[in-house]
Design a protein around this ligand. Structure first.
Ligand code: ATP
Ligand code: MG
Length: 570
């Protein structure tokens, strides 16, 4: 490809709405352009890199025995009603109407479609196991699209779905996908690592996310360097001890705490109740019913765990207007010892199990209760792990201190079980003549997000540093004189032809621009190898070879092709 033939609109400065380095570089390097918030056009170079990521995914999916299919983006709501996700995933579903007034959903993922297909086409154990995948546009009504391709309203996802006759079979399919993902991200030059994950509205009971460490990532991961434990903070647990039991007085004591409405205020003079001896009482509305949550004063509620443990689809903090009629007091004086309506479930964090000598709100504005023994004085509906772990807590497996870091979720694998196959009738006749639902798994990779994660991980002050495997072009040939009859251009054309013939992706920068401009642009776009052809080196029978990530070297012109081949192959 000749530079002048394609469109590479590089920019000195990134538009001001680009916040993170990879988003800025996608724009500055002329890879994508924004049409509207969360909606992007891929320009020629961006698309080339994207296609390479897709190709790696395709090869690894095929190698793992999955079959490529292509499912519709327009999906009838009936199948979403049948799975129950018309409600549970309602907030991300794009809903469109056709001219007859019929409603459609734009695919955010395709469990319903593939399970419907399996219901119709798979009837016997002889047809199983099967795994189907597609690489296609997905649509999600993200409330806050941001960071470019990271969180878009329209993006490309690879989604795969496995169908098996048994749980063991499903586990083996899961393992295959897990291994394929490990290979895919490695081949994309990404340092990605798997972590235990929550299953969310997708459902199922076993799941891992593939995370790329990055300060700008929207996820937090707790991990242990000693034993390798790693989990999304939404799911992570630690070996932190329960609250120590103490000698306490036999009776609860009410005391006045005028104006004290925070854990912190109660921990100070004159009360001096340490946060770890306080019970924090939170009121949430879970699937339109109020619930009470108790966690220790020095802990934070983990809302993902709350949903996962209680089975609620959605939960939000109750408003003051909802709380006062329910408990008779305002936030800051809430508790679960007295005045709790019998219909309200009380969920307590396991760290409070056996805790006594605790202080909590009296459900009377300006009063607290002390000498509270949680098991004696509070009717707890259920005990769950509801707290968020903190860095430094002992690993549950090996007791070494946990660390926490931010990361980008690029892939997610789920063992689904029979949730979708039961609801959508994807059953098969087993060898013994009985009819059973298929045991499913689903496996997603955010292809466009992966592309951006590669840039977020590979860049410097001058621009993108592409791994060879996904670079839009592997080599950029930069003659400093571009007149067709110039020695430099003749040599450039010759090297271009030879490298292209040997399967290398080459771009020839034939622009009549100053050398500084051309070098800057090629660094900005981040081609892994640049071959500079200037007058001085030409006179010595040499060219300048500059790996994007290494030092410039002069090499004999006739050795140039072999030198490049060594870099490309190595
Ligand atoms: P997130 O938690 O980031 O919203 P998710 O868990 O809802 O993502 P999945 O349903 O697991 O996403 O989708 C599979 C993959 O698709 C994710 O691992 C991610 O890489 C990608 N993805 C999800 N939402 C978006 C989005 N809005 N823009 C770009 N990629 C996305
Ligand atoms: Mg996910």
């Amino acid at each position: 490809m000749k530079w002048t033939q394609t469109l590479i609109p590089t920019l000195r400065e990134a538009p001001s709405d680009a916040e993170i380095v990879s988003h800025k570089l996608l724009l500055r390097a002329g890879l994508i352009r924004k049409l509207a918030g969360g909606v992007y056009t891929f320009l020629p170079l961006g698309l080339r890199a994207l296609r390479k990521v897709e190709q790696i995914i395709r090869e690894e999916m095929d190698r793992a025995g999955a079959n490529e299919v292509l499912m519709p983006a327009l999906q009838p709501p009936e199948i979403w009603e049948a799975s129950g996700r018309a409600q549970t995933a309602s907030n991300v579903l794009f809903k469109v109407k056709d001219s007859s007034g019929r409603q459609w959903f734009l695919s955010p993922t395709a469990e319903e479609v593939i399970t419907t297909l399996a219901a119709n086409e798979i009837n016997s154990y002889r047809q199983l196991p099967k795994n189907f995948y597609q690489i296609s546009l997905k649509f999600r009504d993200e409330i806050r699209p941001r960071f470019g391709l990271m969180r878009a309203k329209e993006f490309i996802m690879k989604d795969a779905y496995s169908f098996d006759t048994t749980d063991e079979g499903a586990m083996a399919a899961y393992k295959k996908m897990y291994d394929a993902y490990t290979r895919i991200f490695a081949r994309c030059g990404l340092k990605a690592f798997p972590v235990e994950a929550d299953t969310g509205v997708i459902g199922g009971n076993y799941s891992h996310e593939f995370m790329v460490p990055a300060e700008t990532g929207e996820n937090e991961v707790a991990f242990c360097e000693a034993c390798g434990y790693a989990a999304n903070i939404e799911k992570a647990t630690s070996g932190i001890p329960k609250t120590a039991a103490r000698e306490i007085g036999a009776v609860i004591e009410k005391f006045a705490t005028p104006g004290v409405v925070t854990i912190d205020a109660l921990s100070k003079e004159p009360y001096k109740v340490p946060a770890n001896r306080q019970i924090k009482t939170l009121v949430y509305i879970a699937d339109s019913k109020p619930i009470i949550i108790l966690i220790r004063g020095d802990d934070q509620l983990n809302e993902t765990k709350l949903l996962a443990k209680t089975g609620a689809v959605a939960a939000r903090p109750a408003t003051v207007e909802e709380i006062v009629p329910l408990l008779g007091a305002r936030p800051g004086s809430l508790g679960a010892v007295v005045n709790v309506p019998a219909s309200v479930n009380v969920y307590a964090d396991e760290r409070l199990q056996g805790a006594n000598d605790m202080t909590t709100g009296a459900n009377e504005d300006g009063f607290h209760l002390k000498n509270v023994s949680i098991e004696r004085d509070i009717k707890v509906t259920a005990w769950f792990d509801l707290r968020t772990v903190n860095a430094g807590e002992p690993c549950a497996k090996c007791a070494k201190p946990l660390k926490i870091r931010r990361a980008i979720e690029v892939g997610h694998v789920f063992k689904l079980g029979t949730k979708y196959s039961e609801k959508l009738n994807a059953t098969f006749l087993d060898a013994d003549g009985s009819r059973k639902p298929s045991v499913m798994g689903c496996y997603g990779i955010g292809v466009t997000r992966t592309l951006q994660a590669i840039i977020e991980q590979g860049n410097d002050k001058d621009g993108v540093i592409w791994p060879l495997s996904v670079a839009p072009y592997q080599v950029c040939i930069t003659p400093l004189a571009v007149a067709p009859e110039s020695e430099a251009m003749k040599l450039a054309e010759k090297l271009y032809a030879e490298l292209t013939a040997r399967g290398v992706d080459v771009i020839l920068d034939d622009r009549d621009e100053r050398p500084g401009v051309k070098f800057k642009d090629s660094e900005l776009v981040g081609f892994p190898i640049r071959i500079g052809i200037g007058e001085k080196s030409l006179a010595k029978g040499e060219v300048e070879l500059k790996p994007r990530n290494g030092a410039l070297q002069s090499i004999k012109t006739e050795e140039a092709v072999e030198a490049v081949m060594r870099l490309v192959k190595g």
